[in-house]
Design a protein. Structure first.
Lengths: 203, 205, 205, 203
């Protein structure tokens, strides 16, 4: 492809390409009825960060569950009803006061769908994929998470079949909170590791 | 494959833009590609997820870097349905009413190493130094680097074979920890990178 | 800088298209950027050619990879005229009647190594292993590799300083020969690659 | 730059951007009269592969010139009137029956303008820049130059300030030819090293 040999036929729009593929397969009866709508429904409603938040809150409040989660996250999540595609083998990354984990997939954008939900745009961006492995500390700072130099930042690149969630340190000031209230502190960004659970000042 | 998709450590990209209250899908066509992965991989057994990843990596580099995420998914899935003979490229372009770029040709895959070599947690390992043009889940930033095994994960089909649709031996993957400074001399202070690597990508030290 | 411009050995690009009876310029605006390099570098002393190369490397990676050659020249020259205060970005966009993307910000340059280390023809040398985010004329495919000096060329301003407009010591460059197989295990048979490297990019073995 | 934050203002065309820059500098009287037209004239008429062809033909027929060319190509070219920007320090790459040189600039597209002319589109393409250093033999074959395995292919990457020309082996069947007739065998592609001089069958 040289500078002065541009293709003459215009590119079809993204939507037109996606819909053309669907229509071509549909005509050959290769797509079961309502398959795409059902998939979208599951992706929008069943795979969600509230699931991961539940897992984290339970690990904070139930030492036996925490132990099972660390030993076998896949079955610990399944206990709570969380399993499915891109969750066939899951692992929890345990933060400590001196170790913070953050997840990326530099080669594509693999994510633990059943417990985190589909990944956000920023996670799929070339900016995040290229930068976080090399400049973790300054990038996290740009994204609003300023960690002390004494904390090791461990970037976990999802390059094979393990899917991860971050188990953050339970924040101070949450003593006696219910599992549900604790879960409300955990967002998708916390589960990926670009944010920490924030206890509201008024709590 | 040392392609443009292998982005870890590439300089030049700008700020990461966060979106508040981001919807799962931004446009109505976006679920199509994802759903059709399952049609192709689970229902029709036409291809594997590894082949899908490889098809996306085989996109023309300029197309890869200017496409959106879901555009890449649609492109990879469409490329495989064409390559496997389910639809023709011409039909897709006719229906789309314009160009529908797919992927560049597949090259030969690589079977897993025989005999296998196992590694134990705590062991220092070295990532292979050699180059392979096909599908690989070994990011180039760890090529030839040494790290420490943190964990051995279950067996999965060897990606550099599975990505080419050839028989793929199941072998363990290892979570290997590298000091970021060993990967890039200008890397962040007190930072490590864990990469999940198939056994065949690793060597004894 | 490990940017997308550093293309040597990147996989995924297709056929090289030759054009018979190719004109020197294909479009009437193409000489503008080249000529303005000389206005800026020779007539106004506003910037160096090294700074121009660096400005082009600082283009947003997607823009770099989808631009034509002369578009990159215009972008780099325009970025420097804006950065040096001759014109404003707003004026350029107003006159162009649309977006006029320039380059991402400059990072600090790197002075040449002191004291200098000289190398002789026939000597085996090793390319520096470290990473530098600024302008560099050391392609990443030779980082940390060993080669043999074929020739010592005259002194030129050290590119990693000159590209940032800081004082650049003049030092020799060396034509260093590498076995292609030492750079890429899948490289062509019986092939070598000669890279022209400033003294500060090289180390004694 | 994420997937769903595309800029709203359209990109100005390449021509519009180039002309806007010119106009902005012109208005400030920064561009001497006829500067760009004069530059284009020199680039289109003075910097041309016929210059390099002359250098090669003279080196084939004049052993003393060849010696001067190998020792100091810059001044040998200047003898013939060839010098100028991107020709401040030039070097000849001497092919032999077992060594073939080919020139690239992987980082941008540096070329010896005064003796080769401005580089062709293919030389500036990402395809050539990325591939020739790693797959020299098969790429040259694709481009029409099929060299025996016994010939070392030496790819010269123009990464600093030396500018190169390839001095090919004088082809058999050209005994007694004039310098001018020999020069007619040398194209820009021969001077870069992606082609060899071809003696016409009817010569």
């Amino acid at each position: 492809m040289s500078d002065h040999h541009e293709p003459q036929v215009p590119l079809a729009s993204r939507a037109a390409r996606a819909k053309a593929l669907r229509a071509a397969l549909d005509e050959k009866n290769l797509i079961p009825k309502d398959y795409i709508e059902n998939f979208a429904h599951v992706a929008e409603n069943d795979w969600k960060p509230q699931n991961g938040a539940h897992v984290v809150a339970k690990a904070w409040t139930d030492p036996a569950f925490r132990e099972r989660l660390l030993k076998d996250a896949t079955s610990a999540c399944a206990e709570l009803g969380y399993h499915g595609p891109q969750g066939e083998y899951m692992a929890a990354l345990v933060d400590t006061p001196t170790l913070h984990h953050v997840i990326v997939c530099t080669l594509c954008s693999c994510t633990a769908w059943p417990i985190l939900g589909l990944p956000p745009d920023w996670y799929k961006s070339f900016e995040y994929r290229s930068r976080v492995v090399r400049e973790s500390r300054s990038l996290l700072r740009e994204m609003g998470l300023d960690l002390p130099e004494s904390v090791e930042i461990r970037v976990v690149d999802t390059t094979a079949e393990t899917r991860f969630l971050v188990l953050p340190v339970r924040p101070a000031g949450t003593e006696g909170w219910s599992e549900e209230k604790l879960a409300s502190l955990i967002s998708k960004n916390v589960l990926i590791g670009v944010a920490l659970p924030q206890v509201p000042a008024t709590a | 494959m040392d392609g443009v998709h292998d982005l870890g450590g590439v300089n030049g990209f700008g700020a990461v833009e966060l979106e508040s209250n981001e919807p799962v899908f931004h446009e109505d066509w976006e679920p199509i590609g994802y759903a059709l992965i399952f049609v192709g991989a689970a229902d029709l057994n036409a291809f594997t997820i590894d082949e899908l990843r490889h098809a996306i990596e085989r996109m023309e580099p300029r197309h890869y870097l200017t496409s959106t995420y879901y555009e890449r998914i649609v492109t990879g899935v469409a490329a495989l349905f064409v390559e496997k003979g389910y639809v023709t490229h011409e039909e897709l372009e006719r229906r789309a009413g314009g160009r529908f770029p797919l992927a560049r040709p597949v090259t030969p895959g690589e079977p897993a190493r025989e005999p296998s070599i196992s590694f134990a947690p705590g062991e220092t390992v070295q990532v292979r130094k050699d180059h392979f043009r096909g599908h690989s889940r070994m990011p180039k930033y760890v090529r030839g680097k040494r790290g420490v095994v943190l964990h051995q994960a279950p067996r999965f089909p060897y990606a550099s074979a599975a990505g080419h649709g050839i028989e793929a031996k199941h072998e363990p993957t290892y979570h290997v920890k590298f000091d970021a400074k060993d990967l890039w001399s200008d890397a962040a202070e007190n930072s490590t990178v864990v990469v999940d690597l198939w056994e065949s990508y690793l060597e004894k030290v």
